[in-house]
Design a protein around this ligand. Structure first.
Ligand code: ZN
Length: 130
């Protein structure tokens, strides 16, 4: 033998299947603008300021303030809480949940793929060091 060992057939390295990840990336809900109901009095300013997450988080403070604004402490209109509830209607909540679920799935799947990739690196590359 002139040049070391006989060449040998290497097992094909299985590819990573990214199809499920890619499928999530094109989910219709990602193309959707998740905003509240448009014909509610609070909707114009929320949409202009783009602060719907902030407002939504603040709603829980309203439950403890007896019609006082938790921010400026002035009295708030009686129907304000109802307006907010109307703005963040079922469609909004359902769409928000879809986005959150998708995010969770995406991270789970990426973690799985990362583990697979690390596994491949650890096992198959032993050939390369001969
Ligand atoms: Zn206020």
């Amino acid at each position: 033998m002139l040049y070391g060992e006989q060449p040998f057939a290497m097992a094909a390295i299985p590819g990573l299947d990214l199809s499920r990840l890619i499928a999530l990336e094109v989910s219709p809900v990602l193309a959707k603008k998740v905003i509240g109901k448009e014909d509610v009095s609070v909707s114009a300013i929320i949409q202009r300021l783009g602060n719907s997450d902030w407002v939504r988080q603040g709603i829980r403070f309203l439950e403890h303030t007896d019609e006082q604004c938790p921010f400026c402490q002035q009295e708030i209109p009686h129907d304000f809480e109802k307006d907010l509830a109307d703005y963040f209607d079922e469609t909004f909540e359902a769409d928000s949940k879809s986005v959150t679920d998708l995010r969770t799935k995406y991270f789970q799947l990426s973690d799985e793929l990362l583990i697979q990739a690390r596994g491949l690196l650890a096992s198959e590359c032993t050939h390369c060091w001969r």
